[in-house]
Design a protein around this ligand. Structure first.
Ligand SMILES: [Zn+2]
Length: 273
């Protein structure tokens, strides 16, 4: 029995994003972007069964898979979906040879039109790995949502254990995510929100906004209630966005450190936590 649940989010009036909590041990999310012409793009398909069921339930044909990066839990649905749909597979050029079925390398700044006035812009976001892309959706020129894979999570950031670099991740977050407008909704590759909030509060117990968030999400079944943050929320609840917090720095014994050193110390603390 599948326990997949769907939530459709309208962007503008012409398309839907389906977020599927996969119930995998790693709490992966798979996304299906539903286009107006009845075709769809799947992002990070955990497996073919979940994706095919969603496609069938919504009468969609799969035109392409996008993998945010090369890790197996983000690509394991590729082969069976390609066999069933003959769809394309788009990913970072450094994923060639690692990403099953890859047909097209996407590059930073490239745009994919999803609907009239709804555009997805490719972001090259090294850090979690060096084959990692994120995707910013703008509607009528206004940034609305970002698919962040394992670069940025709701209230946290990805680890750098498997082919990544915390220094590169710091630069990516600073240059490409801090600069996004507050209203942008964050669609991550995993549901780690509750644990990430606990991490923020472990270093910044006085953070009342994070405390309120934790009260809302603690113990929720993520299949029932998929809580998402915005970039504006991240500025309040994500320790990796709060490098100037005196409380965080004191708890890291880093009173005089710069932002990068604080970020690196946070990443290390999160690894050991
Ligand atoms: Zn990963």
């Amino acid at each position: 029995m599948h326990c997949t649940r769907l939530i459709g989010f309208y962007l503008g009036v012409t398309m839907k994003i389906h977020q599927v909590y996969t119930q995998s041990a790693l709490d992966n999310f798979t996304y299906v972007i539903e286009l107006k012409d009845g075709s769809a793009i799947a992002i990070d398909p955990w497996d073919d069964a979940i994706t095919n069921r969603l496609l069938k339930d919504n009468g969609l044909s799969l035109k392409a898979i996008i993998n945010t990066h090369e890790h197996w839990d983000h690509t394991r649905g590729n082969e069976a979906l390609v066999a069933a749909h003959q769809c394309e597979v788009w990913a970072h050029k450094n994923g060639e040879g690692k990403i099953p079925g890859m047909t097209r390398a996407l590059t930073a700044g490239e745009t994919i039109e999803l609907a009239p006035a709804v555009v997805m812009t490719v972001m090259d976001t090294p850090g979690h790995t060096f084959a990692h892309l994120c995707f910013l959706i703008t509607t009528g020129g206004e940034p609305e949502a970002v698919f962040t894979g394992d670069t940025l999570f709701n209230a946290g950031v990805g680890n750098c254990h498997n082919g990544g670099s915390p220094e590169a991740l710091y630069q990516t977050v600073r240059a490409q995510f801090h600069t996004l407008s507050d209203a942008v909704i964050v669609y991550p590759g995993h549901d780690y929100l509750e644990n990430n909030l606990r991490f923020t509060l472990h270093l910044e117990p006085s953070n009342t906004v994070a405390t309120q968030w934790l009260g809302r999400v603690a113990g929720n079944d993520p299949g029932q209630l998929q809580t998402l943050t915005t970039i504006g929320d991240e500025r309040s609840i994500n320790a990796f966005f709060r490098l100037g917090s005196e409380e965080i720095r004191q708890n890291l014994a880093l009173d005089n450190a710069n932002d990068e050193a604080t970020f690196l110390a946070l990443r290390k603390r999160r690894n050991d936590w």
